[in-house]
Design a protein around this ligand. Sequence first.
Ligand SMILES: CC(C)(COP(=O)([O-])OP(=O)([O-])OC[C@H]1O[C@@H](n2cnc3c(N)ncnc32)[C@H](O)[C@@H]1OP(=O)([O-])[O-])[C@@H](O)C(=O)NCCC(=O)NCCSC(=O)C[C@@](C)(O)CC(=O)[O-]
Ligand SMILES: NC(=O)C1=CN([C@@H]2O[C@H](COP(=O)(O)OP(=O)(O)OC[C@H]3O[C@@H](n4cnc5c(N)ncnc54)[C@H](OP(=O)(O)O)[C@@H]3O)[C@@H](O)[C@H]2O)C=CC1
Length: 434
Amino acid sequence: MTVSATKTPSVVNSRIEGMRDMEPADRRDAIAIAAGLDAPAKAALSDGSALPVAVANGMIENVIGTFELPLGVATNFVVNGQDYLVPMVVEEPSVVAAASYMAKIARAGGGFKVSSTAPIMRAQVQVIGLDDPFGARAALLAHRDALIEKANSKDTVLTELGGGCKDIEVHVFPSSAIGPMVVMHLLVDVRDAMGANTVNTMAEMLAPQVEEITGGTVRLRILSNLADKRMVTANVRIPTDALTTKTLSGAQVAQGIVEACELAIIDPYRAATHNKGIMNGIDPVVVATGNDWRAIEAGAHAYAARNGHYTSLSRWEVARDGALVGTLELPMAMGIVGGATRTHPAAQAALKLLGVTSAQELAEVTVAVGLAQNMAALRALATEGIQRGHMTLHARNIAITAGAQGSDIDRVAKAIVEAGDVTVARAKQMLEGI
Ligand SMILES: CC(C)(COP(=O)([O-])OP(=O)([O-])OC[C@H]1O[C@@H](n2cnc3c(N)ncnc32)[C@H](O)[C@@H]1OP(=O)([O-])[O-])[C@@H](O)C(=O)NCCC(=O)NCCSC(=O)C[C@@](C)(O)CC(=O)[O-]
Ligand SMILES: NC(=O)C1=CN([C@@H]2O[C@H](COP(=O)(O)OP(=O)(O)OC[C@H]3O[C@@H](n4cnc5c(N)ncnc54)[C@H](OP(=O)(O)O)[C@@H]3O)[C@@H](O)[C@H]2O)C=CC1
C-alpha cells in the first residue's frame, strides 16, 4: 500500500461558512475563490451548456441532446491532512448535505486517512479446447517474460510513464460445463487511466501467442471489473464527544453505529442497502469527474461478495479510548485521463476543483466520501431515523412536483416540513393557500 504523495494544496480551506444559504451563483464564486478556479473552469461548472451537443455527439452514438443533473459541492473534507472541495453529481437530496456534515465532524479529529495500492488492472484471456489445463498453465508461466514483453510492445506512452504489464496469473478451471478451461490474467499498471481500453488492447494482442503456447483456442479477451489489485482504503476516527446528540451520549451513538454495521456484515438484505449508502457518496464523484460508474459499481459489489457471502464494504468499531473508528476498503478503477474525463468540459473542471494530480489521489478522496456518506446514514439510522433529515431536504423536490416555482419552492417546502406531512397532496394544498 502506498499513500499518495503530498503536494501543494490547491484548496486552502474546504470549510465554506454559510454555503447552504447562498444562491448557486454565489456558491460558485465562493468555491472558485477557494479552489483558485480559472474563468473557463468556473463557466464549465455553471448552469446550461457545459457539454455542447457537438462534443456529446463525439462521445456516444445517436446523440439527440444532453441530459442534466444537479452538481453540488461537498464542503469540509480533509483527506490525509489536505483540504478538498468535492464535486458531486447526484439527483438524490440530502446526499451532499450528509457528506458535508460528516466531513465537518471528522475534520475536528484530523479528517480521513487514505491509502491505496498501485493502479493495477486485470485483463482476462480465456482459453478452451484443452486436454491438459495444468500443462497449459505451466507453459504460459514458462513464457511469462515473453508475454509481458509483447504486451508492453505497443503502449509506449504507458511504459514510459512507469506503467504497463507487470505480471501474469494463470487460473485453471479443470472441469467447467464446456470442458477444461484456463484463464490467463494480465496484471497491468494503468497509471492515471481507468484502463479498460488499455488492457483490452493488450489482451487481444496476446491471443495468437497464447494459442500457440497452449494449443488451445482463445475466446474472451477483456478486463475484469473486479479490480482487486487496485484497492483503496479510507479510515476515520471520531472522538466520542463529537457524536453526542440532544438525547444520546456519544458512546451510545458510536455503539448504535457499530450495531447497525453488524447487521450489514451478517445479512445480505441489509448489506445491499448499507453499501448503497456508501455508493451514495462514491457514484456522484465518479460521475462528476467523467468516470465509468458501472465499472465502479460492478467492482464494489463483486468485492463485497468475494467470500461467497455478500457483506458490508465498511467496518465500524469502538476503540479502547471510546473513539468511533470506521474503515472502508474497495476496488477503485478511476482515471484522470482517457474515457470521458478529458472530453467532458465539466469533468475537467471538476478535476480542477478537486485539485487532484493522479488517478490514485482521485480514487482515495472518492473513497473518503463513501465512508463519510456511510457514517451519515448509520448515524441517522442509529439515532433519530433517516426520514427527518432526508425528508426535510426532499421537501423541495415535493414542492416542485406539486407545481411550485421560484421563491414558492422554499416556502412550500418549509410549510410541509413544519406540518410534518411531506407529500405532494399537502404541498398542492399549501401552494393553493399561497
Ligand atoms: C441531512 C442531514 C445532514 C441533516 O442534519 P441536521 O442535523 O439537520 O444538520 P444541521 O442543520 O445541524 O447542519 C449540520 C451540517 O450538515 C450540512 N448541511 C445540513 N443541511 C444542509 C443543507 N441544506 N445544505 C448544505 N449542507 C447542509 C452542513 O455541513 C451543516 O453544517 P454547517 O454548514 O451548518 O456548519 C442529516 O440528517 C444526515 O446526515 N442524514 C443522513 C442523510 C442520508 O444518508 N441521505 C442519503 C439518502 S438515504 C439513502 O439513500 C441511503 C440509506 C440511508 O438507505 C443507506 C443506509 O440505509 O445505510
Ligand atoms: N468493462 C469495462 O469497464 C469497460 C470499460 N470501457 C471504457 O473504457 C474507458 C477507459 O479506458 P482507458 O483505457 O482508461 O481509456 P483510454 O484508452 O481513453 O486512455 C488510456 C490511454 O491514455 C494514454 N495516457 C496518457 N497519459 C496517461 C497516463 N498518465 N496514465 C495512463 N495512460 C495515459 C495511454 O496511452 P496512449 O496515449 O498511447 O493511448 C493509455 O493507453 C472508459 O470510457 C470505460 O467506460 C471499455 C470497455 C470495457
